[in-house]
Every structure is written in structure tokens, then in C-alpha cells.
Design a protein around this ligand. Structure first.
Ligand SMILES: Nc1ncnc2c1ncn2[C@@H]1O[C@H](COP(=O)(O)OP(=O)(O)OP(=O)(O)O)[C@@H](O)[C@H]1O
Ligand SMILES: CC(=O)N[C@H]1[C@@H]2OC[C@@H](O2)[C@@H](O)[C@@H]1O[C@H](C)C(=O)O
Length: 398
């Protein structure tokens, strides 16, 4: 037997695996690296986060990705090169993190790499009926395996698409195993570039768990802050706090059919972008309002899409508790806009469930790799619209 296949076979039989989960989100801020210790699999899964870091991308890396990110028309030569370059860079960043943590690569069993989403195209966005749902994450797993010497699983979303899904959100698979409760109906709200939640019904409930995207999260605020002020974000909502919400613009922004479609559903900056803003400004006759008012309105828009979605999903439920993660928790105005609505529902940081919120998505991919190598897909019958599948492609180091 090939020694690497034999090694993988041994890893699959271990009681516990050390898996590095990687996430590089739509905000393009950096690479999240989570070293997890994962015991058992399926309903018996345990997960401990041993080490976590986010290594920020340098400006050149960010600029290169931005040249193709969420764009319909791009330079194919650049796409081709970035597939290798992102893989190579991610491999090098893992080596750097392991060195900082003083952990030899031989102590790590597997890497689980999400890659960098560059385009997300469900049929609900494209309007296609013949061409299928599709999504593209770059950063080839062979490069990561070769550079780190660690067996790598990557490209998790393709199997979900192949089995009839939109390729996202995948969060329900992990959240269901780790965070379901006996006493609470939980909404695990993540506010990254795009906002999404996982609904986890009480354990004895007949309802099924599911995950869904909700709306723009931080992405439109980030894009506008970059265009108008050259800033990566409206840090601490300093600019939005100086503005006022323009109701006509807000109402125009809230008309996207995506926002009113049934759950689960997915979206991305392919829809929620500055072109979408400009269209809403034209329709609402607000093209010349001050930039701080636009930011205040975009902030309110992101909050409203979240609030409307959760209210709709929780209408018939009692004992509802919302746990929030993602970079949006650091935006005080966004959190205020959300909390002001949920006066009788408790809204807590996801950290109260015992896991660093910034590491949540990277841990999810470590858990998905664990399921693929050592799990059985039986429990996913309790998750709505989630095909029982093993996700991720396996890359051997040499
Ligand atoms: N202090 C802050 N003030 C305002 N916004 C902040 C602050 N800190 C983080 N953010 C927002 O959070 C974003 C990063 O969030 P996160 O890392 O969760 O996104 P992501 O993982 O890239 O997105 P996704 O989950 O959609 O893929 C930043 O781009 C910024 O918009
Ligand atoms: C295509 C894609 O990369 N989608 C991401 C993105 O970031 C948030 C939201 O949009 C979610 O649908 C998904 O990520 C999380 C980790 C998921 O799959 O659950």
C-alpha cells in the first residue's frame, strides 16, 4: 500500500485527530488558522481549539484577489495563477503559524482548507436553468499538502453542489453536532462579509436544523468605505455614527427578491455590491446624499436583513436565543441596530458557547474533514436540505 494512504488509514482509526482548519472569507482580511483536537465523529464529536491565529494578507495579495473577486469578467491568466498562488501562500502561512506555536508539522494529522471564494453563482443569482448551481474556491490543496507535508482536504463545497445544494452554507453540519441544546431554540448568527445563521431546534423538537444566508453582512459597508475613503472598513462605525439613515434608500435596498425568498438560500457580493447600491440610489432618488448617510443606511440595511430573517424564522418559537459571531460583532452600530429590535430575545456573543467566535468557521472545516475521514453521514438526516455526503478532496504531500 502507498505509505501516505496507509498513514491516512491510521489517522482515520485514531480516537482523536489534530486538524488545522483554514478559512479565508469574503472580507479578504486574512487567513484564519485553527488547530483543533477533534475526538470521535458524528454525534459523539468533541472539538477543542488548541491554537488560533488570523494572519492578515498583505496589500498586494489582497489587490490581486480583488482583481477577480466576485467579478463576471476577469483575466483568465490571473485566475489560473492565483489558484496556485493562493494555495502556495496558504501553505506558507500555515508553516509560519506552526513555527510561532512551536509545533512540528508531524504533530498535525490533517489540514482542512476552505480556499478563497472568488465567485458564487447559484441559479437563483444567474437565472440559469440548464447551467447548474456553481461556486468557485481557489487555492489548490496539492500546493498546501506539498508545502506543509501534511495531508490536506480542500474544495469542500463542490460535493454539496453535486448533490443538489448551492454549495453553502455548510455551517449546519458542524453547528448541529457541537451546539444543539436541550433547552433552547438556537440561532447561531454569523456576521462576516455575508450574514448567515444556523437554526438549531431544541433536541426533542420535530423541527429540522438548517443554515441559510441572510444578506450583505459587512460587505457593502466595506466596499463603500473603500471606494469613498480608501478604508478597509468603517472601523467601529465611526463614519456611520455621524450620518443618518435615509429611509427612501433603505426601502429601495430592502426590495431584493433574495431577501424575501424561503430558507435556506445563499448569496454573495456578486449580488450585494456597489452596483446594487447605485441602482437603489437611482430608484430612491438619493444619488447625491452625503457618504456618511449612505454608510448609516448600509449599516441599518445589513441589520434589517438579519433581523427580518430571524424574526421570520422564529415566528412560532419559544425559548429563542441568538448567539453572534463574525467580524460584525465589532461594529457597535450594527450590533445596536440588531439588539434594539430583539428586546425580548436574548442576544449573546457566540463565545458564551465556549469557542472563540473568530475561529468558528475555520473549526467548521476541520470538523467537516474529520467527518469525511472518520465519520458516517447518518446524523445529517436531521438537517434540512443537506445531502448526506462526505466533503473535500484529498491531497497527498508527495
Ligand atoms: N472594529 C470593527 N468595526 C467595524 N467593523 C469591523 C470591525 N472589526 C471587524 N469588522 C468587520 O468584520 C469584517 C471581517 O469579518 P469576518 O472575518 O467574520 O468576515 P469573513 O470571514 O471574511 O466573511 P464571511 O464569513 O462572509 O466569509 C471586516 O471586514 C469588517 O467589515
Ligand atoms: C460561497 C461562500 O464562500 N459562502 C460563504 C460566505 O461567508 C458567509 C456565507 O457566505 C456562507 O454562505 C459561506 O460560508 C460559511 C462558512 C458556510 O458555508 O457556512
Amino acid at each position: 500500500m502507498n505509505q501516505q494512504v496507509e498513514k491516512l488509514y491510521r489517522i482515520a482509526q485514531q480516537k482523536e485527530r489534530r486538524i488545522i482548519g483554514l478559512m479565508s472569507g469574503t472580507s479578504l482580511d486574512g487567513l484564519d488558522i485553527a488547530l483543533c483536537r477533534i475526538g470521535s465523529s458524528g454525534q459523539e464529536t468533541t472539538l477543542f481549539l488548541d491554537n488560533f491565529t488570523t494572519i492578515p494578507y498583505d496589500t498586494t495579495f489582497r489587490q490581486r484577489i480583488r482583481e477577480i473577486f466576485a467579478k463576471r469578467h476577469i483575466d483568465q491568466q490571473l485566475l489560473c495563477a492565483l489558484h496556485a498562488y493562493v494555495g502556495k501562500t496558504h501553505g506558507e502561512l500555515i508553516n509560519r503559524a506552526l513555527e510561532q506555536w512551536n509545533i512540528p508539522s508531524s504533530d498535525v494529522d490533517l489540514i482542512a482548507s476552505h480556499g478563497q471564494t472568488v465567485y458564487h453563482a447559484p441559479q437563483r443569482l444567474t437565472g440559469e436553468t440548464i447551467l447548474p448551481n456553481s461556486t468557485l474556491q481557489i487555492g489548490d490543496g496539492d500546493h498546501i499538502a506539498h508545502i506543509t507535508g501534511i495531508i490536506t482536504l480542500s474544495d469542500f463545497r463542490q460535493k454539496h453542489v453535486a448533490a443538489g445544494g448551492e454549495g453553502a452554507p455548510l455551517a449546519a453540519y458542524g453547528d448541529f453536532l457541537l451546539f444543539s441544546s436541550e433547552t433552547e431554540n438556537r440561532f447561531l448568527l454569523n456576521i462576516g462579509g455575508i450574514s448567515n445563521f444556523t437554526f438549531l431546534p431544541k433536541k426533542e423538537s420535530e423541527l429540522k436544523a438548517y443554515a441559510t444566508d441572510l444578506g450583505p453582512g459587512n460587505t457593502m459597508m466595506n466596499q463603500f468605505a473603500f471606494e469613498q475613503y480608501g478604508l478597509e472598513m468603517d472601523e467601529n462605525a465611526q463614519i456611520a455614527k455621524k450620518g443618518t439613515v435615509d429611509i427612501a434608500l433603505l426601502e429601495a435596498l430592502l426590495t431584493a427578491p433574495f431577501l424575501h425568498a424561503d430558507f435556506p438560500k445563499t448569496t454573495g457580493p456578486e449580488l450585494f455590491n456597489l452596483a446594487y447600491l447605485r441602482e437603489a440610489q437611482t430608484v430612491s432618488n438619493t444619488s447625491s446624499i452625503a457618504p456618511e448617510n449612505v454608510l448609516a443606511t448600509l449599516n441599518k440595511f445589513a441589520a434589517q436583513a438579519i433581523v427580518d430573517g430571524i424574526i421570520r424564522a422564529s415566528a412560532e418559537l419559544e425559548d429563542v436565543h441568538i448567539y453572534v459571531s463574525g467580524g460584525g460583532i465589532y461594529n457597535p452600530l450594527l450590533m445596536k441596530n440588531i439588539r434594539d429590535v430583539f428586546t425580548s430575545v436574548s442576544v449573546s456573543s457566540f463565545s458564551s458557547l465556549g469557542l472563540n467566535p473568530d475561529a468558528k468557521e475555520a473549526c467548521l472545516f476541520a470538523l467537516l474533514a474529520n467527518e469525511t475521514i472518520a465519520g458516517s453521514p447518518s446524523h445529517v438526516q436531521q438537517i434540512k436540505d443537506s445531502p448526506a455526503i462526505c466533503m473535500g478532496k484529498i491531497s497527498l504531500p508527495y
